[in-house]
Design a protein around this ligand. Structure first.
Ligand code: AHR
Length: 663
């Protein structure tokens, strides 16, 4: 579809009128707006968020820990750490050395043994996640576990240094006794530095064991100790998401079965959570990130808590016994599937079980949440395909519904929006009366515009749709040059009019992936980009926000000459009513290079005089936002209707949201 259509295109016949603006001719479309003959509720879950730990989204991102490999658990246990005063990582008898001890009886197995021979020279340094971002005037909790083994080490000294090695802040902790003990102090930073480092020195000589060396901002979301980065959660909160899908994505499946996401290893005491390499560390040869691990400081309890904070339904997705079919495609034999199914049942108990009488409900309560999380949805597998999936899905479905008939199960239709596996999956899942089917599409902007009518003819009696992962790719899937530009966002907006228009069949939707660290990403495009200090919202984010914040409660019908507007002459429209706010909301997307004019004719709907209008457009289709400027962001204005008429000019390449009070 061309977004460069010229004025000549208006000669196509569409029962509309023409009028002259100053320099151009703008075509007018008359849109009838009325109640849907069969009422359609917009599901509260219509627009949600997809979280996956890809692109440093968890460690190095949302999880606000600033020390990488804080407990030396990486396969290369020195990852993130340096002893800059020693010539090599091997023992250096001039200053001291670091060795790794392993206690196989523990889930957090490793700790560092530090031998200090010359306290003036020995220095241990952590680089953070591509640097440590610190803010002027902010306070940071510095903590570590230490066992004083021998010698006379009297203090551990921590200092933050900037890129040139200049000290920013420092603090000393007096070592009190022999056995393992947790030590906590606070560092206050007088200036902002994006890529600071933490340096640790010792007073005295001797041997200490250290573990869980941690630096956390005190300023976290809801000021929780060891919590989440406030600016990033704020951006999620601003979306008013209907659900939070976690923890992915392919990370659920794992590169191998052993590396699948196991929720039980992500709950309980943070220091006891078992480290795992991140699948995406080797995801793409062109973006290798060997320093990408999972501490699981952000684990399933925290995901549930975040869902609750956001007012979003929690949507956990679990391994169904199939490792990523793009990687090893390892399969659990059917006779060995039980533990996987049990994980699903136990997860429901963890979320909803009684805190006094159930094992997993009690763990939830011990972690600080006696009240159930009220889980209603669970996903079986992520992006699986073929008969192996269906066979395993059946077992999960039977077991989950036998014990928890009220839980809705999300099943998958594979990685493509069409083709043999997609068709096969849907056919089988329909026969099995599946409740919600997850569809994924990463495609060109052109595909998104052309497919705005994708759901217009879906079977209304079949499973509901979860458009669980989608994003327009400016170059191509997994191409590192993909951009979050206005063209991709606009095409998603056009497509989303079709999602909303089909809200009777489409119950859940989410853009993917959600986050990317500017220095640590593997996959682009992404909804929100961040570095160690700041974050910015992409044009795609603002499209999501406008749809989500204006989702309404009931679908209305908006038609041009009795037809839905879904790409005719590059115009798309959808409309809803919000019975809580008592308003109607019309969303119009114009992917044409020419402005259009619309007249809206409400039928049996009485509206007030005030028109609230939100515009989202950009200087060019190639426009992007960045850390310094968000040139693509919504602009809102309020006006009064002239002669009671609802008319609006829809600029070229724009999304316009019109809101009117219902009287
Ligand atoms: O969103 C990135 C990846 O794309 C997801 O992990 C996977 O489900 C899909 O292939």
């Amino acid at each position: 579809m061309s977004t460069k259509n010229t004025i000549l295109s208006i000669t196509m016949s569409l029962g509309c009128t023409l009028f002259s603006a100053q320099h151009t001719t703008v075509r007018t479309y008359n849109l009838d707006l009325k109640e849907n003959p069969a009422p359609v509720t917009i599901q509260p879950t219509m627009y949600g968020i997809f979280f996956e730990d890809i692109n440093f989204a968890a460690d190095g991102g949302l999880y606000a820990e600033l020390i990488k490999n804080r407990s030396f658990e990486f396969d290369e246990p020195f990852t993130g750490w340096k002893q800059p005063n020693t010539k090599t990582l091997s023992p250096n008898l001039d200053s001291g050395f670091l060795t790794i001890y392993t206690d196989h009886s523990k889930s957090n197995k490793n700790y560092a043994r530090i031998t200090v021979l010359n306290n003036k020279n020995y220095l241990l340094e952590n680089e953070g996640f591509r640097g440590i971002g610190i803010h002027e005037g902010a306070k940071y909790d510095f903590s570590f576990d230490l066992e004083n083994v021998s010698g006379n080490i009297a203090a551990v000294n921590a200092r933050l240094v900037d890129e040139s090695g200049k000290e920013i802040a420092s603090v000393s902790t007096i070592i009190k006794q022999k056995g393992w003990q947790k030590y906590n102090t606070v560092l206050q930073t007088p200036r902002t530095v994006e890529k600071a480092k933490l340096q640790i020195t010792f007073t005295g000589n001797g041997i200490v064991n250290m573990d869980m060396i941690s630096l956390f901002p005190q300023d976290t979301w809801k000021n929780r100790k060891g919590g989440l980065r406030r600016d990033l959660v704020q951006k999620l909160d601003d979306l008013q998401p209907g659900f939070l899908r976690f923890p992915g994505g392919c990370i659920v499946e794992g590169r191998t079965l052993a590396e699948r996401y196991q929720w039980k290893k992500t709950v309980g005491n943070v220091a006891d959570r078992e480290y795992l390499i991140n699948k995406w560390s080797t995801g793409f040869p062109h973006r290798l990130t060997p320093d990408y691990g999972q501490s699981f400081g952000l684990g399933f309890f925290e995901y549930f808590q975040l869902s609750e904070d956001l007012g979003a339904e929690p949507v956990p997705i679990l391994s169904c016994g199939m490792a990523c079919q793009f990687n090893t495609a390892e399969l659990v034999k059917m006779e060995d599937l039980d533990p996987y199914v049990q994980d699903a049942l136990d997860l429901i108990e963890f979320a909803n079980g009684d805190s006094g009488t159930t094992k997993w409900g009690k763990l939830r309560a011990d972690m600080g949440h006696a009240k159930p999380f009220n889980l209603k949805l669970i996903g079986v597998g992520n992006e699986q395909w073929g008969p192996d999936y269906i066979e395993r899905y059946k077992v999960f479905e039977k077991a989950i519904h036998a014990k928890y008939p009220g839980i809705k199960i999300i099943s998958g239709s594979g990685p493509s929006p069409d083709g043999e596996f997609f068709e096969y999956g849907w056919k089988e899942l329909k026969q099995l009366n599946a409740q919600i089917v997850d569809e994924h599409y990463y495609n060109s902007p052109d595909w998104f515009m052309r497919n705005a009518g994708r759901y217009d003819h879906y079977d209304r009696s079949g499973p509901k749709v979860f458009a669980g992962e989608y994003a327009a790719q400016s170059v191509g899937v997994v191409k590192p040059d993909n951009k979050n530009n206005w063209l991709t966002a606009l095409s998603e907006a056009a497509f989303m009019t079709g999602l909303e228009r089909n809200a009777d069949v489409v119950h859940m939707t989410s853009y993917a992936p959600l986050f990317a660290h500017a220095d640590g990403w593997q996959w682009t495009p992404d909804l929100i980009w961040f570095n160690n200090l700041k974050s910015y919202a992409t044009p795609n984010y603002y499209v999501q926000k406008l749809f989500s914040n204006n989702k309404g409660t009931d679908l209305l019908k908006v038609e041009n000459e009795g037809k839905v507007l879904s790409g005719q002459e590059n115009l798309y429209a959808t409309a809803v009513k919000d019975t809580k706010k008592n308003e109607i909301i019309i969303k119009i997307v114009n992917t044409d290079a020419q402005a259009k004019k619309i007249n809206i004719n409400p039928i049996n709907l009485k509206v007030g005089k005030k028109l609230n209008r939100i515009d989202l457009s950009a200087p060019a289709l190639s426009s992007e936002n960045n850390f310094n400027t968000e040139s693509v962001m919504p602009k809102e204005e309020t006006s009064l209707l002239k002669n009671g008429k609802i008319t609006a000019e829809i600029p070229a390449n724009s999304l316009v949201v019109l809101k009117l009070e219902l009287i």
